[in-house]
Each structure stands twice: as C-alpha cells, then as structure tokens.
Design a protein around this ligand. Structure first.
Ligand SMILES: [Zn+2]
Ligand SMILES: [Zn+2]
Length: 243
C-alpha cells in the first residue's frame, strides 16, 4: 500500500510563499518525469535525498518559492508531498497549466522502466488529488501544455492508455476525505465505497450520498473488523473495506 511521505518526513525546506490560487476542477492532474537517462533509485533510502535535490534546484536555480510539484512518486510506491493539494504548482509550463492542473512527478528518467509500484503510487496520488484536492478526472502529460519531452515516452504511454487512472487500481486508494454524517458527504468516492459495501453483502442504497444509512452500515462494518466504531470512513476503514 502506498506510503505518503510528509514534507518533514523527507526534510523539505519551508516554502518562501504559498499560493492557493488553483482551480483544478477545471483541469486535472499533469504527469511529469525527472528528465533524460536513468534516474530511478535502486534503494528507497536514496529517494528522499533525490527529492531534496529537486527542491534545491527549483528554489536556488529556478528561483521558485518551493519545489514545483504537487507530489513526487517513486518506484517503491511512496508519494512525497511537494506543494500538496490546494496549492498552485509551478511545474506545468503555462499560466493555464499552473492555474488548472496539479503536477505529479515520477522519479524516473526516459531510460527507466515503469514498475507496477510506480503505477500504484500514481493511483494513490491522483486519487488523493481528486478527493482532498478537488481535481477533475482528466490526466495529461507536461507535453500537452507545451513542447517538451516530459514525461518521456514510457510514462506518457500510460497517460494515454489510462493506466495511471486510480479507477484502474485493484484496491481503490483512499481519496483523502472523510466520509461522515452529519452533514451528508457527497462525493464520487462515496459511490465507490457504497458499491463495495454492497459487494460485501450489506444492503444499502448506492447514491453517492453518505447519510444515516451509510453511517449505520459503517458502524456495523467497523465492529465486525474490530475498528473504532465511529461511523466515519477514514483511511483505515476505507482500506479495510477492500480486505
Ligand atoms: Zn515536466
Ligand atoms: Zn523510493
């Protein structure tokens, strides 16, 4: 399961400034890579240093306020938090690109293979941006904003054939929002969870609205799993729903 690495977890420097002027419901998520050659680390121990060096480059050479990306995904199924959900990026190359699209960088170069663990990390990152980040469902590549080789042929092929879409994941990644009541939570991820509860044999309406009925099912499910029965679908209850 994907591990999210917080900014303090990878030793990030503080951002010089933060802009929340982003409207990702009008765009979606843009996919990037690091650059040419082979840059993916064999050992995950080395990934945090790689992310720090990218941040140094962006802040000290490019003069940006912070690392440009929203998230960075490594080949070991870890997602490093860059600017994070709700924050404007500097990575997409155009004003409209940075206004409407998040940016998720794969820690690979064009000579690296794309392992399944990187695809999983992308699923988790994009699910989180669609949930907590309010992104639309579109996924594109840096080259769709302007002329660039980014994100490389291999990663871009997965953008084009839909492989990076979290709806392709065997186990849907937690969307980063809490399904709870009251008030009613309405989100596409509620539908996903309700369908799974139906698959597990619970009788409930699949309507994308987490209300009294969904909460009651959640409490029963949590008790059956020995989880805290608070009636809130957070990450633990979400993940348990597919186990
Ligand atoms: Zn790029
Ligand atoms: Zn790694």
């Amino acid at each position: 399961m994907t591990v999210f690495v917080s900014r303090s977890g990878w030793g990030a420097r503080s951002a010089r400034s933060v802009s929340t002027n982003i409207t990702p419901a009008n765009g979606g998520v843009t996919v990037h890579y690091v650059g040419s050659g082979s840059v993916a680390k064999q050992n995950h121990d080395q990934c945090a240093a790689q992310v720090r060096s990218i941040q140094d480059y962006h802040m000290d050479q490019k003069g940006w306020s912070d690392i440009a990306y929203t998230y960075l995904a490594c080949v070991h199924d870890h997602v490093f938090v860059g600017r994070g959900p709700g924050v404007r990026t500097a990575a997409n190359g155009t004003t409209s690109g940075n206004q409407n699209w998040y940016a998720v960088c794969g820690l690979v170069g064009d000579a690296d293979a794309i392992p399944e663990n990187l695809v999983k990390a992308y699923h988790s990152a994009i699910a989180r941006l669609r949930g907590a980040g309010g992104a639309a469902n579109r996924i594109n590549g840096h080259r769709d904003h302007l002329s660039t080789s980014c994100p490389g042929e291999r990663l871009y092929a997965l953008v084009k054939d839909g492989s990076l879409d979290p709806r392709r994941a065997a186990v849907p990644p937690w969307p980063g929002i809490y399904l709870k009541y009251p008030p009613i939570t309405r989100h596409s991820s509620v539908t996903t969870w309700q369908e799974q509860m139906r698959t597990r044999g619970y009788s409930l309406t699949v309507d994308g609205a987490y209300g009294e009925e969904s909460k009651a099912i959640c409490v029963r499910f949590q008790r059956s799993k020995g989880l805290a029965a608070d009636g809130i679908v957070g990450q633990d209850t979400w993940d348990a729903s597919w186990r």
